[in-house]
Ligand binder design. Sequence first.
Ligand SMILES: Cc1ncc(COP(=O)(O)O)c(C=O)c1O
Length: 421
Amino acid sequence: MRRAMARAAVGDDDYGEDPTVNELQHLAARIMGTEDALFVPTATMANLIAVMCHCQRRGAQLLLGREAHLHVYEHGGVAQVAGVHFQALPDLPDGTFDLDQLELTIREAHGSRYHPRPELICLENTHSSAGGRALPLAYLQQVRLLADRYGLQVHMDGARLMNAAVAQGVEPAQITQHCDSVSLCFSKVYSHGAPWARWKRHKLGPAFVQGHGAWGHAPSLPAGTGEDPREGCRQLRITSFLGLQGLGAPAGAVLAGRREFVAEAWRVRKLLGGGMRQAGVLAAAARLGLEHAETTLRRDHDNARRFAQGVQELNSPLCSVNLTAVETNIVLVGVKGDWPSPAELCERMQAVSEEEVAETGHAVSVLLFPWSARSLRAVWHWNISTHDTELAKNKLDFVARKCQEKLALGLGTSPWSTGGD
Ligand SMILES: Cc1ncc(COP(=O)(O)O)c(C=O)c1O
């Protein structure tokens, strides 16, 4: 990927003259079955642009899920920047809306002089907070019919659209046909061949615990020591704060739709400062990610399922997984009981100890994300192999056993007994 970036032909994309960006846009539009597509720096910007293009009247209202990325993690840009009012509906466990409730909400406001005007429905596919669930095609069709009945537009936050397509065994265009616009993200974090993933382990160095995100994808060695304290430890970053990672490019997203929509999106991108110049270096990485999406994501999905099955087989009183909910590259692990909490379990998955090496023969640090009061989240991406997945599963087995031993001794729940052992 880095070679492709280095070799990319570039031009000034703000003048439409970057050949690599243009190729990427054509490819993305073809894959998504849309007339056109626009390269933008992030999926957050793609979503905001979409809302700004669809909701141009003051008092316009956007309907979206309470747990949607757009609602929770994008700083309310649709309100702050676009001046759009949003109505957040409860998401069902599979990431869908209750269609009756959706219709009721629209009908209440439809034609009313007293309500904001509902103009846009935003869907998220796959649905991140639901654990990477792919929205059923029949559901998408019903949302489309509903939107048409009341004259609304449909935008899909398809940051992980390709995961949905791979999971459902359909062309992405079969999914996007029900939408007026769709965003797709090419990042995040780990590009193909990131150096840390290649570190070979042969001895256990001093234990390390770093905060999430403390290591970038090209970590530098500590100055002066000549030695990496992390040497000897296999670190598996099966995590992501918000977690897409799938296509493995360092940055970038596209927003796709009809030709006039994309022309308007170009203007809004400019307004938001998202017009880039020699963006071909980024587009080259994105294109590679897109071209390999099917193989990469299928492997991620298989590994995620393998891990989830492993968690189920552990049959541990501390954690569980709902296998039917594992459809793509995300696994939500339920954490049971009062101790350890998801955050504590994540810390233990990350920490390495002499005891671990003595018992398992490996020093493995797994970065997971405490997702809710009762769950943690694991996200698969390009850099996590099937072997890594096996190591992560074994690590969870080890950690769960150690926690149970502590609990049996009555130590676990005491606040001062959770630290370094
Ligand atoms: C569903 C969803 N939409 C949008 C985004 C935003 O992506 P970006 O970080 O490129 O702005 C994310 C990021 O994780 C996401 O999960």
